[in-house]
Design a protein around this ligand. Structure first.
Ligand SMILES: *Cc1c(COP(=O)(O)O)cnc(C)c1O
Length: 397
């Protein structure tokens, strides 16, 4: 789980003749293996929205991962890659009648829910399906809380899963999502407590679950804070809390309990990078009188760096490690003022020239999925996989 620039990624970035996103499939496979080593027995359902790239999905499917899909189109993509329907669940609580019916037609039998209205629709359009109810979490401690739009209270979870049972569905489980890029282990502890209370309440109504879905939220390790220092989420402590929590929940259940997890960012972020290039380094006096350097890149919020106003990526300027550096605001190429790193100034080489390559590290999550069709004429980036001879030999051996 090293966050240093991987040699496979570096050589693919160096070899890229034009802007693109590079994925290191060997690194992603290793990250998946590491996760299973930390959380033995957990079934991974990769959250497709984090990286809906065929090669990445195939790489994970080859290692046994299933998929968390949020729409019939994501389900169809996973099926097209040969993923069995029973390894795909419909993890979005927001669904129309038509999307439920289509998912059911495609063979999906497990659905997330959080309301009696959605349960009634699942019973009508996916009769007999398995449902799990998403509990709301505060989202505190995460860079993206995902809190208000999804999930219900414990009381509502009892109502929702009772309604599911009464409608001929299987009330199979509970889920949580602690918020994306969750930075605290306490959030996981609170999630376990919430799940435990809900399980006990459900048992009181004669509902015994067969699985708990711990959601996504595990962090990437390569992001920087607004001062350019690497974020250091307490990942080992998170895993320890999760292992203990799973044991506790198993003890509470009167039937065997399986665990599912839906990591997105954690599996792919640090194993993808963007090859972009310099538009121009400028210096201007701002209205408040301050002289500010601006570094404009070929890529920004609308073509690969959607999250740039919330977090910072490490930037590498090949060939410019020596020489004078200046503090600059770094921004994307469009005429939108949100298309910029919202953070403080970054140190960049003064000698940067238009056209020089720039590498944006830890950009493997939510890069391709959030790209617009071509806002302001800046098109989405193509993607490619990093490889080297030694890995191919390893894979063949
Ligand atoms: C987005 C999402 C995930 C993945 O979240 P990460 O923070 O990328 O791990 C998992 N489950 C659901 C339901 C999601 O919406």
């Amino acid at each position: 789980m090293s966050t240093d620039l991987d040699t496979r990624l570096a050589s693919a970035l160096a070899a890229a003749p034009a802007d693109c996103v590079v994925f290191d499939l060997t690194g992603i496979a290793g990250q998946y293996d590491d996760l299973l080593r930390e959380l033995p027995g957990v079934a991974v359902r990769f959250a497709m929205k984090a990286c809906p790239v065929d090669e990445v999905l195939t790489c994970l499917a080859d290692r046994g991962a299933g998929f968390d899909a949020a729409s019939p189109a994501e389900i169809a993509q996973a099926l097209r890659l040969g993923v069995p329907a029973d390894l795909i669940h419909y993890g979005n609580t927001v669904k129309s009648d038509a999307s439920i019916a289509e998912a059911h037609r495609l063979g999906v039998r497990t659905f997330a829910t959080d309301s009696v209205q959605d349960v009634a629709a699942i019973a009508a359009h996916a009769p007999g399906a398995r449902v799990y109810c998403r509990l709301a979490t505060s989202g505190d401690g995460a860079l993206w809380g995902l809190s208000r739009k999804f999930g219900c209270s414990q009381d509502d979870a009892v109502r929702v899963l009772t309604a599911a049972r009464d409608a001929g569905l299987t009330p199979a489980g509970l889920s949580v999502h602690v918020g994306s890029q969750q930075m605290t282990y306490e959030a996981w502890q609170q999630a376990v407590d919430l799940l435990a209370d809900a399980m006990v309440a459900l048992r009181g109504r004669g509902i015994v679950l067969d699985h708990v879905n711990l959601g996504g939220g595990l962090p990437a390790l390569g992001y920087l804070d607004r001062h350019g220092t690497r974020l250091e989420p307490p990942l080992d402590k998170m895993f320890a809390v999760l292992r203990e929590g799973m044991e506790h929940l198993r003890d509470l259940n009167t039937a065997p309990l399986d665990f599912v997890m839906e990591p997105g960012r954690h599996l792919v972020a640090d194993h993808g990078a963007i090859r972009a290039h310099v538009y121009r380094l400028t210096e201007r006096r701002q209205p408040d009188g301050e002289r500010v350097h601006w570094l404009y890149l070929s890529c920004g919020k609308f073509n690969g760096l959607y999250e740039m106003d919330e977090l910072c990526h490490r930037l590498v300027f090949p060939g410019h490690s020596e020489g004078e550096h200046v503090a600059a605001v770094v921004a994307g190429p469009t005429c939108d003022s949100d298309d910029a790193y919202g953070a403080a100034h970054r140190l960049v080489p003064r000698a940067l020239a238009s056209g020089d390559p720039v590498w944006v590290l830890s950009a493997g999550a939510y890069a391709t999925s959030y790209m617009t069709q071509g806002f302001n004429g800046f098109g989405p980036l193509p993607h490619t996989s990093a490889q080297d001879g030694s890995d191919r030999r390893e894979a063949a051996a």
